[in-house]
Design a protein around this ligand. Sequence first.
Ligand SMILES: Nc1nc2c(c(=O)[nH]1)N[C@H]1C(S)=C(S)[C@@H](COP(=O)(O)OP(=O)(O)OC[C@H]3O[C@@H](n4cnc5c(=O)[nH]c(N)nc54)[C@H](O)[C@@H]3O)O[C@H]1N2
Ligand SMILES: Nc1nc2c(c(=O)[nH]1)N[C@H]1C(S)=C(S)[C@@H](COP(=O)(O)OP(=O)(O)OC[C@H]3O[C@@H](n4cnc5c(=O)[nH]c(N)nc54)[C@H](O)[C@@H]3O)O[C@H]1N2
Ligand SMILES: [Mo]
Length: 776
Amino acid sequence: MDHEPNPSASGGPADQPPQPAPEALCPEEFTGLKLSKPKTAAAGATAVVVSLGHVFGTAGIRQGLRALTTLNQAQGLDCPSCAWPDPDAHRSFTEFCENGAKAVAWEADTRRLTSEFFRTHSIDELAKESDYWHGQQGRLTEPLVLRPGTRHYEPISWDEAFKLVAEELNALASPDEALFYTSGRTSNEAAFLYQLFVRQFGTNNLPDCSNMCHESSGSALVPSVGIGKGTVKLEDFEKSQLILILGQNPGTNHPRMLTALQAAKRAGSKIVAINPLKEAGLLAFRNPQEVRGMLGFGTPLADLYLQVRIGGDQALLKGVMKALVERGTALDRVFIAEKTDGFDAFAATLTEASWEQITAQSGIARDAIEQFADLVAANERIIACWAMGLTQHKHAVATIQEVVNLLLMRGSIGKPGAGLCPVRGHSNVQGDRTMGIFEKPAVWFLDALGQEFNFTPPPKHGFDTVEAIHAMRDGRAKVFFAMGGNFLSATPDTEVTGAALKNCRLTVHVSIKLNRSHLVTGRTALILPCLGRTERDTQNGKEQFVTTENSMGVVQMSRGSLVPASPHLLSEVAVIARLAEATLGEHSSVPWRELAADYDLIRERIERVIPGFQDYNARARQPGGFYLPNSPREGSFPTDTGKARFTSHPLHEVGVEPGQLVMMTIRTHDQFNTTVYGLDDRYRGIKNERRVVLMNTADIRAADLTAGAVVDLTSHFHGDQRVARHFIVVEYDIPPGCCATYFPETNVLVPLNSTADISNTPTSKFVAVTVARSAN
Ligand SMILES: Nc1nc2c(c(=O)[nH]1)N[C@H]1C(S)=C(S)[C@@H](COP(=O)(O)OP(=O)(O)OC[C@H]3O[C@@H](n4cnc5c(=O)[nH]c(N)nc54)[C@H](O)[C@@H]3O)O[C@H]1N2
Ligand SMILES: Nc1nc2c(c(=O)[nH]1)N[C@H]1C(S)=C(S)[C@@H](COP(=O)(O)OP(=O)(O)OC[C@H]3O[C@@H](n4cnc5c(=O)[nH]c(N)nc54)[C@H](O)[C@@H]3O)O[C@H]1N2
Ligand SMILES: [Mo]
């Protein structure tokens, strides 16, 4: 081995000041913007053509068809894209969407990345390429190492790679100097083994993508309804009378939700959309699985569209609840008396909030709020759905608790056709948390884990994602290990995160394709290539399957059918087991190799530790899987008082300085988080360019700009400024004072310390910026 031997715990780059990381940023070149009118309906025939184009383009016809035909079928492959559930029965032959097809095509890529590629391309050259380009280079095929002082990855054997990680981990002064990140695609089986390894190693440093995603939802729901998950099933949509969709773009990010919305509309339900943008998938849906949809006939969706100002949701919700109280008749008094507490204190906050504040902050006129109240008052089976438009704000937890308050006023939780629906992102992000991927584990969980595996898990809470970046930057964490994801590009404050990663002794990524996190590294870096979910996972001569939990608490199997991209790939489960053996050696009470050889054995252990998994192996094999218990769904609330809780919040002031705009960072139609499938945002009419800033006509004029102008964006936070250069102004229907850009190009502007109260989620949807013409 020619890498440096064991570091002393205090030596190394962590003692030097953090180095800047310009290579962490996305390249600033333009790709050629083309504009058309934003669409007024989602899906239809174009979606089918686009899906097939993607699949046949990168995966080839045979491979692509094979993967697609098992997608979301009972006992087939759980789609690696979003966490929207599959129907319990009557699945159509094509139970996937355009973006599921893109995800599968991206993974089933027939191109291969070998060590030869890395011999000819240094990490500096690779960092100059775009995220789109990175994804187009094909699948990783063998373990790679970047030795200290070198700029090229080179091959390394699996044994040597595990030994290297184990040596670095065991040389740390404390296990708390290591960080173990998880992205939400990891299966239940891998997640369970991973957190077990990390806790046996001795830390709860398990930051995950959820910290940047629905953490605010969990933080809001646990104290108010007793569990951190949603309370509806898919079938509730058809039984509902009213569906509220706040801060979510289902046409792009959860396309199969549109089928549920269409069915609900046909059954007579009404929809209220609350979003600063008129998103196509909230306006109408042309179901590509129906002849009418293919012919271009759409189902109108939103009955009321409230173009709220960014960050104005709490005000709007206060407004609608104030209107309900003022009417006097619209409250479910029996439900409030029997099932809840805290109503009087909560009602007082509605009196305190003035109509002037409410309309100014929300940007919604009083009469529109009264129309919203009419719909809420006329219906009692109400579902509220939300996603990142609510969770990534300073007052996200309070705002989501106002959503809960609204439903509690109407008795709309715990009965058919009603309830809370935080719409999850990654396909198994909810399952990972159930499996114990959490930096703040519950005491009962640690006790059960310790008892099953005969050890004492560390009680001290670990670092979440933002705290992990601080710890690396300050030299308190020295080894960073990522089970999937793209930490550098997904996290806020890209240059700070880049410097933090460079401050580590070792950075390790278990990945399926090249991404920017591989290029901004610790002193030593490893890329460990693993099987994707579409691929056959054979252990000990026996084909294995994994399980995942969707947004509605259904646990189901996922089995890949494709031949692995390379014979050298390991499953995530195998990577963890071998790493654990190498690191923990004789000390471990866990039969790692045995568990990794037969995933049924892992599920048996999960069943003994985590409630709700009885007969796991049998029930995972049932078509469609099984529901985890969810008592709020049945109308009983496992809070400390046994009641659901009205939460009292003042109406928080949100605003920016004069001359500044509020910027939200959103996804295009052609990306999955940091994975860029293509350069179009079809529904918004923006093609072939990602470096755009969507602005209101009046703000463009006020800043003395014109549509098409090339601008730099500067964010302002507590006196600090951050700059992102070269964006094209696009005139767009967005409330005044607001603008929108795409994630991850503008993550560099999101300040690391700008996070939500309680959940510590970065405020990716609320960044104070100024926009000025580029100097060059
Ligand atoms: N194809 C595809 N599918 C995905 C993903 C993907 O990238 N691509 N990502 C997955 C993941 S991990 C997640 S978390 C989800 C994300 O799903 P979404 O939350 O739908 O994703 P975003 O693009 O962040 O969109 C946020 C929406 O909220 C609106 N919004 C922003 N700020 C506010 C606000 O202050 N108030 C209100 N009311 N609305 C606001 C925006 O206009 C936008 O419509 O999707 C998952 N599914
Ligand atoms: N500004 C801004 N920042 C955001 C957001 C935002 O809205 N705005 N959204 C936040 C949200 S909601 C989330 S969830 C995070 C996402 O953060 P992450 O989950 O860290 O990021 P992803 O882009 O989903 O990760 C993509 C990478 O995962 C790897 N991968 C894909 N499939 C597999 C697999 O099966 N196994 C393994 N081991 N690796 C795999 C691929 O190599 C790919 O490059 O980003 C957050 N960041
Ligand atoms: Mo997410």
